[in-house]
Design a protein around this ligand. Structure first.
Ligand SMILES: NC(=O)c1ccc[n+]([C@@H]2O[C@H](COP(=O)([O-])OP(=O)(O)OC[C@H]3O[C@@H](n4cnc5c(N)ncnc54)[C@H](O)[C@@H]3O)[C@@H](O)[C@H]2O)c1
Length: 337
């Protein structure tokens, strides 16, 4: 049994507690939050102790790992203290507020030989994994572009903007799909509700292959949408997280350009339509799968799929998009990790 301490039981933390405990491999021994009301809400929902003092978790030699589900600006300090106390760390996304902090965390984890994992939960989602398999199999052909839409009316955050809150998921997914990080980004956003905190952001990333990935994120939209379109030169796929029966549709459709013969320019295109098929996907509980993977890594000393470097690549892209937004949407390079 792996003993875990969890810090932050606002909206998301209780899901992490439940996911750890449901697998039967971990015991959440401590729950920490600065807010009495948040701790009171957990009363009776788990068997461990509660505290407002994070050092209770650090000082308990029984605790193997600490999970962090607090707002992003607090991640670096809490994760550093946990690693230095010899605990493995599962930290919510985005890993930290700056790439420099990510690099420091990676070095601290290495120094203390502890696992550092970021909760990029979609990389543990069975239907996202199935779409990744389709891309890797070459079924879609060469990927030309992808578009991501992640919108809803709320929840409105005040600690981070829609880019850092929502697009962190999409950047992690696009990097996972293509097995690479984008080269550059151009982004535009606007803050209507709270000054300086963009409610909607539109960002376009470019990869070395020439593939583009456009991301629309907003918490100021009448519809909840979780949609990804992947366009390949052979086939196209659409992933809809809200279509529970068949989250993936594969369209056997592409466009052919007829050869130009003689002097007559025949620029009519031909749409080739082989129909639509719906791969069957055995759905999972992505957060439970993420927690399970973390426990495997702690138990076996293996490197998490979403390790510190994976978190760093997402933060580098977020930083570049932030710079682009601040500087009139200029094309902004994304440094290598
Ligand atoms: N993977 C996902 O799909 C997903 C979804 C939602 C949130 N998140 C992530 O989870 C994290 C928390 O988000 P949330 O929506 O639950 O936020 P929240 O504001 O609802 O809750 C955060 C909690 O942390 C507590 N807290 C803050 N600073 C603390 C500190 N120093 N020590 C102890 N407790 C502290 C607060 O009192 C609060 O109860 C963020 O990193 C967010 O990006 C991930």
């Amino acid at each position: 049994m792996i003993r875990v301490g969890l810090v932050g039981v606002g909206h998301w933390g209780p899901n992490v507690v439940r996911s750890f405990e449901s697998g039967g491999r971990a015991e959440v021994k401590w729950i920490c939050d600065l807010d009495d009301a948040a701790l009171a809400r957990m009363a009776g929902r788990h068997s461990g102790k509660t505290t407002k003092d994070f050092s209770d978790l650090l000082g308990d030699s029984d605790i193997d790992a600490i999970a962090i589900a607090t707002p992003v600006p607090t991640h670096f300090k809490l994760a550093t203290a946990a690693l230095e106390a010899g605990k493995h760390v599962l930290c919510e996304k985005p890993l930290t507020w700056t790439a420099d902090e990510c690099r420091q965390l990676i070095a601290t984890a290495e120094k203390h030989d502890r696992r550092l994992m970021v909760g990029h939960v979609f990389e543990y989602n069975a239907s996202i994994r199935a779409l990744k398999d389709l891309i890797d199999s070459g079924e879609l052909g060469e990927i030309q572009y992808m578009s991501f839409a992640r919108t809803n009316l709320g929840p409105v955050r005040t600690d981070v903007n829609a880019l850092w809150d929502l697009a962190s998921h999409d950047i992690s997914i696009m990097n996972y799909f293509l097995g690479a990080s984008p080269l550059d980004v151009t982004a535009r956003g606007h803050a209507w509700l709270n000054e300086g905190i963009e409610d909607a952001v539109f960002a376009t990333f470019r990869f070395a292959t020439g593939a583009l990935a456009h991301v629309e994120v907003s918490w100021l939209n009448p519809r909840k949408v979780r949609l990804i379109t992947v366009v390949g030169d052979k086939k196209m796929a659409v992933w809809d997280d809200l279509a529970l029966q068949h989250p993936i549709q594969v369209f056997d459709r592409h466009v052919e350009l007829p050869e130009v013969t003689g002097t007559f320019l025949e620029h009519k295109t031909a749409v080739v339509d082989g129909g639509v098929f719906l791969p069957s996907v055995r759905l999972n509980q992505p957060l439970a799968a993420e927690c399970d993977h973390f426990l495997d890594c702690v138990e076996n000393g293996t490197r998490p799929q979403t390790d510190g470097e994976n978190g760093l690549r997402v933060v580098l892209a977020l930083e570049a998009a932030t710079k682009s937004m601040a500087e009139g949407s200029i094309v902004t390079p994304i440094p290598d990790a």
